[in-house]
Design a protein around this ligand. Sequence first.
Ligand code: SF4
Ligand code: SF4
Length: 68
Amino acid sequence: MAFKITEDCSACGLCEPECPSNSITEDEDIYVIDPETCVECEGHFDTQQCAEVCPVEACIPDPDHPKE
Ligand code: SF4
Ligand code: SF4
């Protein structure tokens, strides 16, 4: 499963440099996660770094992109 960023995102940018797979980019209003490259931080960290740093808890598991 990949993580995704909800509309609660305040575009603070904190999560972007924390992603070990560089899956987070700034979109028009909010930041977005590329589900093709998000590895849920597996092999890098024990917890999802985007969710750890997000001040508004906008980074959540994305049920539309389950693990293959
Ligand atoms: S869960 Fe990890 S790999 Fe996926 S977007 Fe967040 S920081 Fe990047
Ligand atoms: S840390 Fe949270 S609020 Fe900040 S850009 Fe990332 S998803 Fe958006």
